[in-house]
Design a protein around this ligand. Structure first.
Ligand code: MLC
Ligand code: AMP
Length: 504
């Protein structure tokens, strides 16, 4: 039986006493023990009736057990669908129904609020807590830890990751085993990860960065992770000397730079610091270099494509760029209107093709066709230029998207809700620079009649929308700026309110 994802990420670690996860309290979990747990979880997945190709959705807090569910999906050939733990029940409901998830795992504390949601979507519900508690973990205790590995090929789907769109409706990006494996193997080689590495891991494991980059690279290299439940700057500093490598979003780096104990001594043994998911400011690069002597290695990726480009490990790291296309990734910079490649040095939209590029959006052939060309190139929506050495610099986004602390916020999703509120004629949500999060959402509301009741709006939002998406502030105006064609000019508002979050 073949199963490339299991064979290349997990199989050789079976029975190994080598450390896989170091825990902040000082405990550690070997590869062998981790896989034994995963094999038991695989048993439960089969016992409750899931077959290869079925979807298992999880909204659980980061823990070794949560990661073992990912491994259990690889063993059983079930498609892993991790959800942001911040999503509200209404959002979870959509993901479960849209994906047709057969099983949903949630934290025991959320069982009451999510039971109906799962039932409404036709999914079974079980619980898995961050200390290994819950009905799923209980059921696993009676399963035998045997490796009945499902027969799968590289073309089979391994994961769905939902990503919102400019229309406001989330789309399930279908990732095949080949998508994940090709990218992780390329990155392991490029960044020279080995069994000697300990990755300081504070990212969530429901997104590409923490799951497919951080975890898969570690598994392929046979290294270990210092597995923190979430980013906490004191914990990062406390665990830095136990690690050899770190991956993070730019907010991790700015917060570390604000910590008084973060200096060259603390980081001198570190092999590499990698940043991505959002642009790192030149001043952050410069401060990091001045403080630690390390040049942050910046790379660029997407949910739909895994990683596309990276600065080199050994060659020149050009700060302000996202580096060179990865081996096996074809990258073109194209005219957004014609799709033709622009002349070298000109700005255009990045298009990429390769084994890293996803298989399309689940049940959305029209959306897939809009972004994934028939010839295999994916239109990223990121605006960039390439220098004469082939390094790519991202200069902006063609898509209306806010990236806040590495999480995506789609203005359209918020605008649709805000437009419906009493006293609001229309709304625009824009990205405004924010010292901590890079960008934050600012809502501009056009008053109708007596105007909106902002307190009522703020009170209404949490039921439907995850908190990280909520606008950080609201402004009420008489009209939005429009061009002569009547189109709302978000660029004018971004200029006008650009210092909103930095004003004293
Ligand atoms: C938390 N909050 C955020 C937020 N994170 N608000 C806006 N943007 C964010 N990213 C809000 C919470 O809702 C809460 O609001 C308050 O901040 C405190 O919550 P917290 O959980 O204590 O926040 P904190 O620990 O400070 O989290 C910030 C963070 C985290 C930056 C550490 O967001 C994070 O880990 N981001 C990483 C995201 C990531 O992995 N991206 C990769 C995507 S993959 P309130 O109102 O309740 O106080 C991808 C492809 C690629 O992009 O290239 O990698
Ligand atoms: P997501 O859809 O969450 O995967 O976010 C992907 C988007 O993050 C990309 O399309 C880019 O806009 C952005 N991104 C990722 N890495 C970088 C980077 N290093 N610099 C600038 N933007 C980035």
């Amino acid at each position: 039986m073949a199963n490339p994802l299991f064979d290349r990420l997990f199989a050789r670690h079976f029975g190994s006493a080598a450390p896989f996860l170091h825990l902040p309290g000082g405990g550690r979990l070997s590869y062998g023990d981790f896989l034994t747990q995963a094999a038991r979880f695989a048993g439960v997945i089969r016992t409750v009736g899931l077959e290869p190709g079925d979807r298992l959705a999880v909204q659980i807090y980061k823990s070794p057990e949560a990661l073992a569910v990912y491994a259990a999906c690889a063993i059983t050939g079930v498609i892993f669908l991790p959800l942001n733990t911040a999503y509200a029940p209404a959002e979870v409901s959509y993901f479960l129904s849209d994906s047709g998830a057969a099983l949903f795992l949630c934290d025991p504390s959320k069982l009451d609020s999510l039971t109906e949601v799962a039932a409404g979507a036709g999914a079974q519900i079980m619980t898995l807590g961050s200390s290994g508690d819950g009905s799923f973990a209980e059921a696993a205790k009676t399963e035998i830890a045997q490796f009945k590995v499902a027969d799968r090929s590289e073309d089979d789907l391994a994961a769905f990751l939902y990503t919102s769109g400019t229309t406001g409706r989330s789309k399930g990006a279908m990732l095949s085993q080949r998508n994940l494996l090709s990218n992780a193997e390329t990155l392991t080689d490029l960044w020279q990860f080995s069994e000697r590495d300990v990755l300081l891991h504070a990212l969530p494991i429901f997104h590409t960065h923490g799951l497919f980059v951080g975890t898969n690279v570690t598994l392929i290299a046979g290294g270990a992770m210092l597995f923190l439940p979430k980013f906490d700057v004191d914990q990062m500093v406390a665990n830095m000397t136990r690690s050899t490598a770190m991956m993070g979003v730019p907010t991790f780096y700015t917060r570390l730079l604000d910590h008084p104990e973060f200096d060259a001594d603390l980081t001198q043994h570190m092999r590499v610091f990698i940043s991505g998911s959002a642009p790192m400011l030149s001043e952050t690069h410069a401060q990091f270099q001045a403080r630690t002597g390390h040049t942050v290695l910046e790379r660029y990726g997407m949910t739909e494509t895994n990683m596309n480009t990276s600065n080199p490990y050994s060659g020149q790291r050009k700060t302000g760029t996202v580096g060179l296309p990865l081996t096996g990734v074809e990258l073109k910079i194209c005219d957004p209107n014609t799709g033709q490649e622009v002349v070298q040095g000109k700005i255009g939209v990045i298009e990429v093709r390769g084994d890293n590029v996803f298989q399309g959006y689940w049940n959305m052939p029209e959306k897939t066709a809009e972004e994934l060309r028939g010839n295999g190139f994916f239109i990223t929506g990121d605006l960039a230029q390439m220098d004469t050495d082939g390094y790519v610099t991202i200069v902006g986004r063609g898509k209306d998207l806010i990236i806040s602390g590495g999480f995506n916020i789609y203005p359209k999703e918020l605008e649709m809700i805000l437009d419906d509120q009493a006293g609001v004629l229309e709304s625009a949500v824009i990205a405004v620079p924010h010292a901590d999060m890079g960008e934050a959402a600012l809502a501009i509301l056009v008053r109708s009649g007596g105007g909106p009741d902002l307190d009522a709006i703020k009170a209404m939002m949490p039921q439907d929308v995850a908190r990280f998406k909520h606008p950080r502030d609201y402004i009420v105006v008489d009209a939005l700026p429009r061009n002569t064609m009547g189109k709302v000019q978000k660029n004018v508002m971004r200029d006008r309110y650009g210092d909103w979050f930095s004003k004293p």
